[in-house]
Design a protein around this ligand. Sequence first.
Ligand SMILES: [Zn+2]
Ligand SMILES: [Zn+2]
Length: 142
Amino acid sequence: MGAEHIYEGGCLCGKIRYRASGVPIGTAHCHCNKCRRHSGAVFASGVGFPADDIEWLNEEPALYQSSENCARSFCPACGSSIAHHWLDIRTTWPFIGTLDHPESVTPELHIFVEEQIPWLRINDGLPRYSKFPPARRGDPGC
Ligand SMILES: [Zn+2]
Ligand SMILES: [Zn+2]
């Protein structure tokens, strides 16, 4: 029956659970300072979906609006970072580390490498962009 993909994930305590269906609109490692702060990791990896393709199975995560067009979600109980949300174009980018099967998606590129931590060495051969790739929007960042 076609190539329907289902991606499920959630937070550390299990209070926040989501199911994304369909084909991801993109994947990226983001090195921006805001993703670093929000995730607590030295960079954050996300997989994007149209916001309407994500179903929150228990309740919706708490949101922190980090700029005019962006919000970041987290579990109000355990504090796990969940996703980056573009409010204007309505895309949601769960952090790949929140997926039940993070190995099921493969990041395609690096963004905001101008903010990458200098000691971090990544030799994966993927394209690297100082900010966003040309002609692309909806990536984690902002
Ligand atoms: Zn939780
Ligand atoms: Zn970012």
